[in-house]
Write a protein that binds this ligand. Structure first.
Ligand code: NAD
Ligand code: TYD
Length: 361
């Protein structure tokens, strides 16, 4: 039975990945989820699997080399899937330091612990041990508005925000381990994800949540920045496929072939909410285009991201399966069914975050 060490499994993509893996492999695998439970980590995301015998949660900081070393010493880890990170660009602009701490130092700790556990006396690695570093397309910087340009694995690394700079640095560390030690790792660079369990600091869940309450929908700048949206379950599938079928040492871009301007996303959400809310539901009156509010742009706002997922398709056979029109319905349906989840994550600290982040815009 393969043992996975998943970092950041209580966050958005990590929890979707854990659900996906148990759906796919059931009792054939064991998962140890290591998470510090920052504001973004939520054990409610894993409630339905927490009692499985082949699942263990450990609360730990990936920067704590002793705690991470102990997990490797006590478990024969076969796969590391490294999600844990500070993930929000706006927070990174306000407070870059914690991004360097978790994203760079934390990745160094994870690499070091895996290397120590997996390395043989002759400097090679125990067979069939693999580390996958989950990264972002934001490391490639920004594309011009022209829709013929895409990010490829060979595109120059050119991050702009403290978040993307910290992720690019962590990618470089993984690359250094691959190049120096032939460490058995892959890097994946994925475009923007959306779906269940996404924290409402990110565009899509924030717009859904605000619209349902009749609150302003803040659009940064001219609303024409483009992101390439991928349904999170497609990302989870890609990660598993890269880890099992990818060529060790290689980087793979993962993208949705689904580029949209932010303002288009907002219109689609508003239309879909109207379609899905039943007649007589009082929220139907609140959801309106009138809520759209143009606000001061994000500093250093990247204009356009777009991935050409040609390599992963050609080498591994992965492609984005969920059309945006379907994925957004699944996402909205999930939020309708999980009103308590949204209430819980938006109580307390979130209100303060929202006021601080949006007060000067
Ligand atoms: P998230 O913010 O929802 O979750 C991050 C998780 O990491 C949380 O559970 C948090 O508690 C945990 N964590 C943070 N600091 C930690 C620490 N020091 N030690 C242990 N755990 C810690 O993030 P997400 O959106 O799920 O992103 C997961 C990964 O995927 C990140 O590495 C991110 O860079 C990458 N990524 C995200 C997207 C996206 O659209 N969200 C796209 C591409 C890549
Ligand atoms: P976000 O979800 O923060 O992801 P990222 O910055 O990592 O791409 O933002 C997606 C896009 O939406 C980005 O261009 C910024 C924009 N945006 C807004 O216009 N308003 C908002 O309130 C937020 C959170 C984002």
């Amino acid at each position: 039975m393969r043992t996975y060490l998943v970092t950041g499994g209580a966050g958005f993509i990590g929890s979707n990945y854990i659900h996906y893996m148990f759906k796919k492999y059931d009792n054939e695998i064991r998962i140890i989820n290591v998470d510090k439970l920052t504001y973004a980590g939520n054990l409610e995301n894993l409630k339905d699997i927490e009692n499985r015998e082949n699942y263990t949660f450990i609360k730990a900081d990936i920067c704590d080399s002793e705690a991470i070393g102990k997990i490797f010493a006590e478990n024969d880890i076969d796969r590391v899937v490294h999600f844990a990170a500070e993930s929000h660009v706006d927070r990174s602009i306000k407070n870059p330091e914690v991004f360097v701490q978790t994203n760079v130092l934390g990745t160094a700790v994870m690499l070091n612990a895996a290397k120590a556990a997996w390395e043989l006396p002759d400097g090679t690695f125990r067979p069939d041990k693999k580390f996958l570093h989950v990264s972002t397309d934001e490391v490639y910087g920004s594309l011009p508005d022209d829709d013929s340009a895409f990010f490829y694995e060979t595109s120059p690394i050119d991050p702009h925000s403290p978040y993307s700079a910290s992720k690019a640095s962590s990618d470089m560390l993984v690359k250094a381990y691959i190049d120096t030690y032939h460490f058995p790792a892959n890097i994946t660079n994925c475009s923007n994800n959306y779906g269940p369990y996404q924290f409402p600091e990110k565009l899509i869940p924030l717009i859904i949540n605000n619209a349902l309450q009749g609150k302003n929908l803040p659009v940064y700048g001219d609303g024409k920045n483009v992101r390439d949206w991928l349904y999170v379950e497609d990302h989870a599938k890609a990660i598993d496929m890269v880890q099992e079928q990818g060529k060790l040492g290689e980087r793979y871009n993962i993208g949705g072939h689904n580029e949209k301007q932010n303002i288009e996303i907002i219109h689609i959400i508003l239309e879909t909410l109207q379609e899905m809310l039943p007649e007589g539901d009082p929220r139907k009156e609140l959801v309106s285009e009138k809520l759209i509010t143009y606000v001061t742009d994000r500093k250093g706002h990247d204009r356009r991201y777009a991935i050409a997922p040609d390599k992963i398709k050609a080498e591994i056979g992965w492609y984005p399966e969920t059309m945006f029109k379907d994925g957004i319905k699944l996402t909205i349906a999930w939020f309708f069914e999980h009103e308590d989840w949204m209430k819980n994550v938006t109580s307390g600290d979130y209100q303060k975050y929202y006021t601080d982040m949006y007060k000067d815009r």
